[in-house]
Design a protein around this ligand. Structure first.
Ligand code: GLC
Length: 653
């Protein structure tokens, strides 16, 4: 066991020790010897990588050695203060990096909408357990800027909980309760920007040189225009442009998202130090996973679109190395809503080799599944999966059907182009379909599109998008919408290393009502799919004759099947089969086969060409043997089959 390893004599390795490690001896000597021994080992394993990444980023800056030593000294203090339960979790996960492949299911919710406040979330633990949740992402709960704050993504203090949601003490209690229940808490760590209300931004606005350096400034409209020529826009309709004029400074500050979200200057070493401190402080309160928000934008390079720059990956690798030293139980999740081709580096598979994030949103798969559903054909999903690389051990794709953001369509352009299709026309058709403009019954809304022919994003809750008629009257249209939702969820659960359920979908909640949207009065169309948890629907979750009951039971079953059939000790290796039936996707994974019918017609899938010799298949939901080689799938139907032979595991890393 790692924690019983022999203590090392601190002087034993001095000769080959780098200067930064030698400089840490006083800090290590102040720590309990058992812990110090573990930390010394981790420093030897991960410290050089951390040092190399920091050197690449800040090595040219004066005082780099002292910066590194003081960063690591502070980090060691966090390690020494880590409470025993977390320290033990660190040791356990460090010894078994494949813990992430145990068939986890995630859940994502706003604290206030789900349960009022952090204490309310603790009271929802039994509900989450019933659904089979092992990972809970609570959308930003740290102190946010006054007024509009992008759903909490404009953070005013990383060291305080938003007062209306609770306190840091509540957070600590909640994390412990969740851990006890086998649920890891994930917090956003908004790396790219802070609120203009944050103390750093306030000081910068007042002209404090130490804090002016925390942000990116441009002195003139011409300088801004020169940058804008290369940049894209995240919110072209509600927050056009990437810079905001600051009266007090008579200069423009870089604001990729809303004008009140000031991009941090990660080229300035103290930004790294302060954000690392924020992360480790939260980890010591019991946070077990960080959703690294907007990771693609962290580094600015003149003349580029400032996305996915190599230095952004160096920053993430350095943060990961810090976690590996101080809090290895923590999982890092990249929120990089980028085309599939840009994602491998987030797993350390790019030029800059080395551990980086454990998981990342597979937004292309998500968007592709919606396009496939609109088109009634599966080929775009097949193409995306073809471009999806196998991941290193201890890494997993985060899959999802919906989340708090819009469905961003443009990530799919590379795949559509590779298929020889007109990307603009295909995506526009999806936009029109989900805005209900083709008469098929979807009730979503376009997001940030300047006109009816622009392609950007789509908002709406899952069932509204799959065509649930208002009020969900019994009948074909409701059945069709439910089947379509089941198809997308089943695909996400089958492919994902970590599938995420978005709060409300498990109860089949509808879009936020017009009346409620008027009360919320904000320019942000994403409010359409940010409902308050429906207590009445939740009470119906055990009644299979109700819509909430059907949705809840379906997702709970998928979570159960995952644990039973897709728990593996390595990353997912998927096989995508070519089938004779148009519109049907057949995937193999370990001992399971997933069949997904994207057409509005019943189909029969002939399994014979897929596996030789013919295994004994069981249907996952009934555990009954499959009695025919022809599997009947209803319109938009799906099913999982399992066998006792591992037919499809091949190239798992
Ligand atoms: C991420 C969040 C999104 C937010 C943006 C800016 O993309 O998911 O909700 O608006 O970052 O912080």
């Amino acid at each position: 066991m790692v924690h019983t390893m022999t203590l090392q004599d601190p002087s034993a390795h001095h000769e080959c020790e780098p200067a930064w490690l030698t400089a840490l001896q006083p800090a290590l000597s102040a720590i309990d010897p058992l812990r110090a021994a573990v930390l010394r080992r981790r420093l030897r394993t991960h410290g050089a990588r951390l040092h190399a990444r920091l050197q690449g980023l800040y090595g040219q800056q004066a005082g780099f050695h002292d910066f590194t030593v003081s960063l690591l000294t502070a980090a060691l203090k966090h390690a020494a203060q880590r409470e025993e339960a977390l320290w033990q979790l660190d040791l356990a996960r460090e010894a078994r990096p494949e813990w992430l492949h145990a068939g986890l299911t995630g859940y994502c919710a706003y604290v206030d909408k789900f349960a009022g406040n952090l204490q309310g979330v603790a009271a929802q633990v039994p509900y989450l357990q019933e659904l089979g949740i092992g990972y809970l992402h609570l959308l930003p709960f740290l102190k946010a800027g006054q007024g509009a704050n992008d759903g909490g993504f404009a953070v005013a203090s990383f060291a305080d909980v938003e007062p209306s949601l609770g306190t840091m003490a509540d957070l600590q209690v909640l994390c412990a309760d969740l851990r006890q229940a086998g649920i890891s808490l994930c917090s956003d760590l908004v790396l790219n920007h802070v609120s203009h209300d944050h103390a750093w931004a306030r000081a910068a606005r007042e002209g404090d040189a130490a804090f002016l350096a925390y942000f990116h400034w441009r002195p003139s409209a011409e300088a801004v225009a020169a940058e804008e020529r290369h940049l894209k826009q995240v919110f072209p309709a509600t927050a056009p442009g990437n810079f905001t004029f600051i009266e007090e400074r008579q200069a423009w500050v870089w604001t990729t998202f809303y004008p009140y979200q000031w991009d941090l200057n990660w080229a300035h070493a103290p930004v790294f130090r302060d954000m690392a401190e924020a992360m480790l402080n939260l980890a010591n309160h019991g946070v077990e996973a960080f959703r690294l928000d907007s990771t693609g934008y962290l580094w600015k390079r003149e003349g580029t679109d400032c996305q996915n720059q190599p230095e952004a990956h160096a920053i993430l690798q350095a943060l990961r190395a810090l976690c590996d030293i101080v809090a290895p139980a923590c999982l890092l999740k990249a929120e990089a809503i980028m085309p599939t081709q840009a994602l491998p580096p987030y797993f350390g598979l790019g030029e800059l080799q080395g551990p980086q994030c454990h998981t990342a949103y597979h937004s292309s798969l998500m968007a592709a599944s919606w396009v496939a559903l609109a088109e009634g054909r599966e080929d775009i999903v097949r193409e995306v999966l073809r471009h999806t690389p196998d991941l290193p051990k201890g890494c997993a794709w985060l899959t999802y059907v919906r989340c708090h953001d819009d469905i961003g369509w443009n990530v799919l352009r590379p795949e559509l182009t590779a298929m020889g299709r007109d990307a603009q026309a295909s995506l526009l058709a999806a936009v029109q379909h989900y805005a209900g403009r083709d008469g098929q019954g979807a009730r979503g809304a376009s997001f940030q599109a300047s006109d009816d022919h622009a392609v950007h994003g789509t908002n709406g809750m899952t069932l509204a998008l799959t065509g649930l008629p208002p009020g969900a009257p019994a009948g074909d249209a409701t059945e069709r919408a439910l089947a379509r939702m089941g198809l997308l969820q089943s695909l996400s659960f089958f492919v994902g290393g970590l599938p995420l359920v978005y709060m409300g979908d498990e109860l089949g909640q509808d879009n936020v009502s017009e009346a409620e949207l008027t009360v919320r009065a904000g320019p942000d169309g994403r409010e359409l799919h940010r409902p308050v948890f429906d207590e009445v629907a939740a009470r119906q979750r055990h009644d299979p004759s109700t819509l909430p009951g059907r949705c809840f039971q379906q997702l709970a079953s998928l979570a159960r099947w995952r644990r039973r059939h897709l728990a593996e000790d390595r990353p997912v290796s998927l096989r995508v089969f070519q089938t004779a039936e148009p519109g049907v996707l057949v995937l193999g994974r370990g001992q399971a086969l997933g069949l997904f019918n994207f057409t509005g017609q019943p189909v029969q899938v002939d399994l014979r060409p897929l596996a030789q010799p013919w295994p004994l298949w069981q249907v996952a939901d009934t555990c009954r043997p499959l009695d025919s080689e022809l599997v009947a799938l209803p319109a938009f139907g799906q099913c999982w089959l399992t066998s006792s032979t591992d037919l499809y595991a091949d190239s798992g890393a």
